[in-house]
Design a protein around this ligand. Structure first.
Ligand code: ZN
Length: 187
């Protein structure tokens, strides 16, 4: 019937077609370079962010029971001992879970971006973001390796990319102000 769009057949708009069309316009996931929300490190979490600034992913291990505590804390999450020491992670792990964000909470974020929970090989989980691959390449169990990238003020953030790309410590050509920030990790 003239004037009524076809519902099937060649040229018809299928349910979800626009979404798939949008998702097919894939490009590599990139670090966020804008003025995104950032944490304010505490005395407890400052060593973690100092590690990020050096391109090192740090975590705390208990001197009493050997358990790992993350996010940064004053006492062991396993035995409540106060004897926690910082160790450097190898920076590799597997994706435990993920999501894709198309509608960010603030316009400062470039979409899409993919928050991920990483099972870090030393035995703790880290909330971060996936970069360096198409957003439709992500899957549970995907091997990833940490990379560090700076936002506009020079703060270094831990991201993860496909493991075959290797460990990277990258900097944007920005200022060297010391404010720290957080994309994907909690302080
Ligand atoms: Zn302990």
């Amino acid at each position: 019937m003239p004037g009524i769009p076809a519902r099937s057949g060649a040229g018809a708009e299928r349910p979800g077609a626009k979404r798939r069309e949008r998702e097919s316009m894939s490009s590599l996931l990139q670090p966020q370079a804008g003025d995104i929300p950032h944490p304010f490190p505490s005395v407890v979490s400052q060593p973690y962010w100092d590690g990020c600034a050096r391109g090192e992913l740090l975590f705390q291990r208990c001197d009493e029971c050997g358990g790992i505590t993350h996010t940064p804390a004053m006492i062991c999450s396993h035995c409540c001992a106060r004897a926690l020491s910082w160790e450097r992670s190898a920076g590799t792990g597997s994706i435990y879970s993920w999501t894709t964000v198309w509608r960010p909470q603030t316009p400062a974020f470039v979409v899409p971006y993919q928050p991920i929970i990483v099972d870090v090989d030393e035995g703790f989980q880290l909330l971060s973001n996936l970069i360096g691959c198409d957003h439709d390449a992500v899957h549970v169990g995907m091997r990833v390796a940490v990379q560090f990238h700076a936002i506009a003020d020079g703060t270094m953030l831990p991201y993860f990319g496909p493991e075959h790309l290797g460990l990277r410590a990258c900097r944007h050509p920005t200022t060297s102000r010391s404010r720290t920030s957080c994309t994907g990790t909690r302080s």
